[in-house]
Design a protein around this ligand. Structure first.
Ligand code: IVH
Length: 687
C-alpha cells in the first residue's frame, strides 16, 4: 500500500476502520444491552473493543466522546453542578386500590370530555429517574431529577450506562421523525443480579451493603468518580420523549415509546395499549403475581393517557400530571398505628427495634409488627409511639414502616435499651456499627434465633419447627444448643402442650431428613456472621468438607471467591470458640453431611451439565429469563450465538438467523416441550 506517497489514503483508512468498528460494536451493544438478543459471545465482543482501542491508541486524534470505548467514566466530576430542567420533572399520584383507580379514570374522562379513554400500561420501575438530552444525534447532558425543577448534572455517569445510546443513528432518527434536539426521561435501575453481586463484593471488601437495588442505583449513579458508576452495571429504561422545550411532540405516548425503541433506547417490553377501565384491571391482574419473575424490581404499574392532545387538556397539579396514575398493588401498603416499639434479639445478638402495630391487612396477610432496622432508621423516620404510619409488605419479606402519616398528639419517643431485654447483659455498640448487640452467647433469645435459622427452609429445612415450637423447646430447656435438636424424641415432643402425636412424628421425620441436607446448607445453617447462602455455597465448593474449612488459614479462606478479610475473620472467630467446635463435633456425630463430592466432570447428575444452549425466537410459555433460569438450574449454560460448540438450539416462534445457523452446523434443535423434557422440568406451561 503506497501509504507514504498517499497521505490522504493513509488517513482515511483508520478513519474508515474505526467508523466501521464503532458501528459494529454499537450494533452488538444494542443487541446485548437493549434487546437482550446477543449474536456474538462476550469474548468476541471484547476482541472488537480491543481492536477499536488499539486503533484509537494509535490515532488519539480520532477519539470522540461517542466512541464505545468512552463508557469508562473519564475524569471525576468537579462536584454537584446543577442545571434546570426544560420542564418540571413531575411525580405520579398513586392509586392503592380499585376504587382509587376507578376515581382516577372517571375524573380523567370528565376532564377530557370523552366516554372512554385509551391508556398505556407500563411497569413502574423501582430505580431513580434521569433525564438525558441529545443534540445533533449525541448524548449531551444527563440530569438527575433533583427537586423536579433543578437537577444535578451527571453526564459522565450517564455515559457509562450501556443501554443508553451515546449516539443516535441519523437515518433511524429521521425515519422516526425526531427533531435535532430532544430529551428522554426514564428510570435508572440496578438489575437484581447486579445488586446481589455488588453487595456480595461490598461485604467481602468490608463495605456496608446497600439496602435495596434502588438505593444501590441511586448511590451508583451519583458517584463523583464515574468509573465507579461504570463498574456498577446499571440499566436505563426510557419512558418519555420530549422536545428541547420539554414538551411532548408525538401524537401519542405509545408512538413516542415506539420511536424511542426505534432509535435505540431500551423501552420496557411489558407495555400495552389499554382501552377503558376494564383493561386497566386486566393488565393489573396479569402483573400481580409476576413481579418477582422480573430481573429488576418494580414498585407498581403506571397508566398514562395515550393521546398527548388529551394529556395537554388534562394538565397537571403542582406535583403530578392528571393524565397518569401509579397503581401500587392494592394490598401491599396500608396505614396503621404504632402501638409500641420493642426490640428483638437476633442470632448474632444484634438488637433490632420493632414496631408493634395495630393489626392491619396487607398483601393478603394480617400484619402486627414491622421491622425498624436500627436506631438511625427510627430517627430518619422521625417515628414515635402512637404515630399513624404507612406499612409496606413485598413478597415474603418482613413488613417495614415506609413513613409517618400523622403524628399522634400523645406520641412518646422511643429509647433504645442499654441492656438485653432477655438476659439483661449490657449491650455493646461497636465502633462504626449502627447496631447494638447482646454479647452473651448463651442468651436464650439468641439461641431461639439460631434454632429458627438452623431449621429455616433455606438452611436445613426442618418442617414444623416453627416459632411456637422453638419457643417451647428453648424455654423448656429441651434445646440448649443447636445439636440438642438431634437428641429430641417423639415422646419428648409429644409431651409439649399443643403438640399432637402426629405432628411430633412429622417433626421427627423432618429432623431425620435434615441429616441429608447438602454441605452448603449445613455451613449456612451454622449461622456464622456474614456467611449467607451464596458464601456458604462458595465455601463448600472450595473446601468440599467442613474439616478442611476448619483447618484453613485466613489466607486460604480469603482465597475463596467472594470471601474478604471480614468474612474470613468472622469464620475464624466462629471456629475458634470452644462451644462452636463442640457443636460441630456433635452435629457430625448426629450424622449431618460434612463433605461433598467434587463437581462432576460432565453431566452425570445434572441433565444439562456442561451443555451450551442458544435461545432463539419466542417460546409459547416460558419467558426468556425463565428458560435461562431453568437451564442454569440444570447445570447448563446459555450463550448468545450459535457455534460448533453449541449443544442445543432452543427455537420458538419467529426464530431467525440463529436457527438457520444451527441447522447449517447440524446443532440439535429443541422446541419448548423438548427443552422441558430434556431438563426433566416439571414446569407446567401457564395458560
Ligand atoms: S412517568 C409525568 N413511567 O416513578 C410522568 N415514571 O413516582 C412521570 N417511574 O419519578 C413519570 N417507572 O422515577 C413514569 N414507567 C414509568 C415509571 C416511572 C418508574 C418513576 C419515576 C417517577 C416516579 C413517580
Amino acid at each position: 500500500m503506497p501509504a507514504e506517497t498517499a497521505p490522504q489514503a493513509a488517513r482515511s483508512a483508520p478513519v474508515r476502520q474505526i467508523e466501521t468498528l464503532r458501528a459494529e460494536i454499537r450494533r452488538h451493544e444494542h443487541l446485548y444491552y437493549v434487546l437482550d438478543e446477543p449474536e456474538i459471545s462476550d469474548a468476541e465482543y471484547d476482541s472488537l473493543i480491543q481492536r477499536l482501542q488499539a486503533l484509537e491508541d494509535a490515532h488519539p486524534e480520532l477519539i470522540t466522546a461517542e466512541s464505545p470505548t468512552q463508557r469508562v467514566g473519564g475524569a471525576p466530576r468537579a462536584g454537584a453542578e446543577k442545571a434546570e430542567h426544560s420542564s418540571t420533572m413531575l411525580s405520579l399520584d398513586n392509586a392503592f386500590n380499585e376504587q382509587e383507580l376507578r376515581d382516577f379514570d372517571r375524573r380523567a374522562r370528565e376532564l377530557a370530555g370523552v366516554e372512554t379513554l385509551v391508556y398505556v400500561g407500563e411497569l413502574k420501575l423501582d430505580g431513580i429517574s434521569m433525564s438525558v438530552r441529545y443534540s445533533g444525534g449525541r448524548l449531551a447532558v444527563g440530569l438527575t431529577r433533583g427537586d423536579g425543577v433543578t437537577g444535578e448534572v451527571i453526564t459522565p455517569n450517564a455515559r457509562t450506562i450501556r443501554s443508553l445510546p451515546l449516539a443516535i443513528d441519523p437515518a433511524a432518527a429521521a425515519a422516526a421523525g425526531m427533531p435535532d434536539a430532544f430529551e428522554v426521561r426514564g428510570e435508572v435501575v440496578m438489575p437484581r443480579r447486579a445488586f446481589e453481586r455488588l453487595n456480595a463484593e461490598r461485604l467481602a471488601a468490608e463495605e456496608p451493603a446497600f439496602m435495596n437495588p434502588r438505593n444501590a442505583a441511586a448511590g451508583s449513579l451519583r458517584m463523583l468518580d464515574a468509573s465507579v458508576t461504570a463498574s456498577r452495571r446499571l440499566d436505563y429504561f426510557a419512558y418519555s420523549l420530549l422536545d428541547a422545550d420539554g414538551s411532548t411532540f408525538m401524537e401519542s405516548h405509545w408512538n413516542a415509546l415506539e420511536a424511542l425503541a426505534a432509535i435505540g433506547f431500551k423501552v420496557n417490553p411489558h407495555r400495552a395499549r389499554l382501552t377503558g377501565l376494564g383493561e386497566l384491571f386486566e393488565f393489573r391482574n396479569r402483573w400481580i403475581d409476576r413481579r418477582d419473575s422480573l430481573p429488576y424490581e418494580i414498585d407498581g404499574l403506571v397508566y398514562k393517557v395515550d393521546s398527548t392532545a388529551l394529556q395537554r387538556r388534562l394538565g397537571a397539579t403542582a406535583k403530578a400530571p392528571r393524565w397518569a396514575i401509579a397503581c401500587k398493588s392494592a394490598a401491599e401498603q396500608a396505614e396503621t398505628i404504632v402501638e409500641n416499639i420493642d426490640v428483638q434479639v437476633g442470632r448474632t445478638g444484634a438488637i433490632t427495634p420493632r414496631a408493634r402495630l395495630q393489626p392491619v391487612f396487607v398483601g393478603g396477610v394480617t400484619v402486627s409488627r414491622a421491622t425498624l432496622h436500627n436506631e438511625d432508621e427510627i430517627a430518619r423516620l422521625e417515628l414515635q409511639v402512637g404515630d399513624r404510619v404507612l406499612v409496606e409488605r413485598s413478597g415474603d419479606v418482613i413488613p417495614k414502616v415506609v413513613r409517618v402519616v400523622e403524628q399522634a398528639a400523645d406520641r412518646r419517643p422511643f429509647r433504645m435499651p442499654s441492656a438485653c431485654p432477655v438476659c439483661a447483659t449490657a449491650l455493646v455498640r461497636e465502633q462504626d456499627e449502627v447496631v447494638r448487640r447482646c454479647v452473651n452467647v448463651n442468651c436464650p433469645a439468641r439461641l431461639k434465633e439460631s434454632v429458627r435459622h438452623f431449621a429455616h427452609r433455606t438452611a436445613l429445612d426442618i418442617d414444623g419447627m416453627g416459632e411456637i415450637l422453638v419457643e417451647q423447646l428453648v424455654d423448656g430447656g429441651l434445646v440448649k444448643n443447636l445439636a440438642d435438636i438431634y437428641d429430641l424424641t417423639a415422646d419428648k415432643l409429644a409431651a409439649l402442650s399443643r403438640m399432637a402425636e402426629k405432628s411430633a412424628g412429622n417433626v421427627m421425620a423432618s429432623i431425620a431428613r435434615s441429616k441429608a441436607a447438602p454441605l452448603p446448607r449445613v455451613i449456612y445453617a451454622l449461622g456464622i456472621r456474614y456467611v449467607g447462602e451464596r458464601t456458604a455455597q462458595l465455601l463448600a465448593d472450595y473446601f468440599l468438607s467442613i474439616d478442611r474449612m476448619l483447618a484453613a488459614s485466613p489466607e486460604e479462606l480469603e482465597a475463596v471467591e467472594g470471601v474478604g478479610p471480614r468474612i474470613a475473620e468472622s469464620i475464624r472467630d466462629f471456629l475458634a470458640a470452644e462451644q462452636n467446635r463442640t457443636l460441630i463435633e456433635r452435629l457430625r456425630q448426629a450424622g449431618l453431611q460434612f463433605e461433598q463430592d467434587p463437581p462432576p466432570e460432565s453431566g452425570e447428575s445434572e441433565p444439562a451439565a456442561g451443555k451450551t444452549f442458544v435461545l432463539t425466537g419466542t417460546l409459547p410459555n416460558l419467558t426468556r429469563d425463565r428458560a435461562k433460569a431453568l437451564i442454569a438450574a440444570a447445570g447448563g449454560k446459555v450463550s448468545g450465538s450459535v457455534s460448533k460448540k453449541t449443544d442445543y438450539a432452543v427455537a420458538g416462534e419467529k426464530a431467525g438467523s440463529k436457527l438457520e445457523k444451527a441447522n447449517r452446523l447440524g446443532v440439535a434443535v429443541l422446541d419448548e416441550s423438548g427443552l422441558l423434557a430434556l431438563l426433566g422440568s416439571e414446569e407446567r406451561p401457564q395458560a
